[in-house]
Design a protein around this ligand. Structure first.
Ligand code: PEP
Ligand code: MN
Length: 461
């Protein structure tokens, strides 16, 4: 996250400031998926405190990511956005964070090498603490309690006390985001991401992985290339010892996001300084809703999840609202259709956007349209469906004359068994062995690497 020179300090003549927008203008709209706080004074105290705390990221970093996303829109970079479905305060710990980084670094290395282009690395981390839910309450043995909405809101245990929405948790969310980001920054700036030492990113438990051989061959080829360049240059090549990472989360809790929305010296407009790259979830993407209203006024690059029910004219209105000036790098559309529906749902959207010539970055999330619940009640996803959605995405974009510029994945560096299939053919019984997610099932390291290799094969075809 390298700060660069300040830019856009003046409002460019071609840009319109969002009309009638203020950081709290979302309050006049319908805000979906917000917790019900019973103690409003406590909420205001927590928000006052949040407003005084330092931000988590800077406007320089945000604008530098926006430039990179603009390059991805031009086909010069590929976006890898990945991490847990939801972080938890309990998992804010050294090995979990560093293992997550290891997987992201390995996966990005496979992509850089295979696609022969730089990869923009964005973690679903340092703030992914709030979850949208399909139902407001959960019933167990005849008892109904509010749904768990992520550690920023309440606790996962099934008791009335744990499920109460507690505003003090917003401050804990900010604190855990800061702790995570501090560690990520220290690791990535301090040598952990050094391309001369990719062995730092090895995960202890994957020695015998079916894809380890292929991965090591890639690493060996890269090490050769690095040695060659440095021999040629007669000195170490700059920038190979660090890696840029950016943060993202679903900006669901608008009170929290507003408290971190700031103006900064020598910049025009407002930035959400809780993350570099916030996104609007599928359930909260209504054009007249509070989330779209909040997002249209911030200067961050933003993303929207697009589900199979979205109609071309609705998408066009959303694009017009969120990026009226067709600003490069501003808008990413993450489609998440499901392997069974993508072939019918995606092409009309691709055609409509292409016909307008508007700039967007198209990204495939092959996870959220492929959830299923087994007879045992366990939530899972099949690797074969995840892979199929990615493969179909590449084909559908090629047919429409558009470009798939990135992927959005849920994965973990831990040895979990949450998604079925993959090279080790995980079956239903395996899911009982190491199922740890309290929300959506994630790819484990091997499945993630397999997907990376699939992407490379597809692009090279
Ligand atoms: C998610 O990304 O965890 C999520 C809930 O996605 P979506 O909004 O696409 O359903
Ligand atoms: Mn999820």
């Amino acid at each position: 996250m390298k700060p660069t020179h300040a830019e856009h300090t003046h409002l460019p003549a071609t840009m319109k400031l969002a009309q009638d927008w203020t950081p709290d203008s979302w309050r006049g709209r319908n805000a979906m998926q917000q917790p019900q706080y019973d103690d409003v004074d406590a909420l205001h105290r927590a928000l006052d405190e949040l407003r005084h705390l330092p931000p988590l990221v800077t406007s320089w970093e945000i604008l530098s990511l926006k430039r990179q996303l603009a390059e991805a829109q031009e086909g010069k970079r590929f976006l890898l956005q990945a991490g847990d479905c939801a972080e938890s305060f309990a998992d804010c710990a050294s090995p979990l964070i560093s293992n997550q980084l290891k997987v992201l670094l390995q996966l990005s290395l496979v992509l850089v090498h295979g696609l022969q282009m730089p990869v923009v690395r964005v973690g679903r981390f340092a703030g992914q603490y709030a979850k949208p839910r399909s139902t407001d309450s959960e019933t167990r043995e005849g008892i109904a309690l509010p749904s768990y909405r992520g550690d920023n809101v309440n606790r996962v245990e099934f008791s009335a006390a744990a499920r109460r929405a507690d505003p003090a948790r917003l401050l804990l969310g900010h604190m855990h985001s800061a702790l995570t980001l501090n560690f990520v920054r220290a690791l990535t700036e301090g040598g952990f991401a050094d391309l001369h030492h990719p062995e730092y990113w090895d995960l202890a438990w994957v020695e015998q992985s079916p894809h380890a051989v292929e991965y090591r061959a890639i690493v060996a080829r890269i090490a050769d290339a690095v040695r060659f360049m440095e021999t040629l240059a007669g000195e170490p090549v700059a920038n190979l010892s660090r890696a840029e990472f950016y943060t993202s989360h679903e900006a669901l809790l608008l009170h929290y996001e507003q408290a971190l929305t700031r103006q900064v010296p020598r910049q025009w407009g407002w930035f959400n300084l809780s993350t570099h790259f916030p996104w609007i979830g599928m359930r909260t993407a209504a054009i007249d809703g509070a989330h779209a209203e909040y997002f249209r006024g911030i200067r961050n690059p933003i993303a929207v999840k697009i589900g199979p029910e979205v109609k071309p004219n609705e998408l066009m209105r959303l694009i017009e609202l969120l990026n009226p000036d067709d600003e490069p790098g501003r808008l990413t559309l993450i489609h998440r259709m499901g392997a069974a529906r993508i072939a019918s749902a995606l092409p009309p959207l691709l055609d409509a956007v292409r016909a307008t010539g508007k700039r967007v970055l198209w990204v495939c999330d092959p996870m959220h349209g492929n959830g299923e619940t087994l007879a045992s009640g366990v939530k899972t996803r099949r690797f074969s469906n995840i892979r199929s959605e990615i493969e179909q995405s590449f084909d559908l974009h090629a047919a429409a004359g558009t470009r798939l510029g990135g992927v959005h994945l849920e994965l973990t560096g831990e040895d979990v068994t949450e998604c079925l299939g993959g090279a080790r053919a995980l079956c239903e019984q395996d899911l009982t062995r190491a199922y740890r997610s309290t929300v959506d099932p994630r790819l484990n390291y091997e499945q993630a690497l397999e997907l990376g290799l699939t992407i490379v094969q597809r692009v090279r075809q």
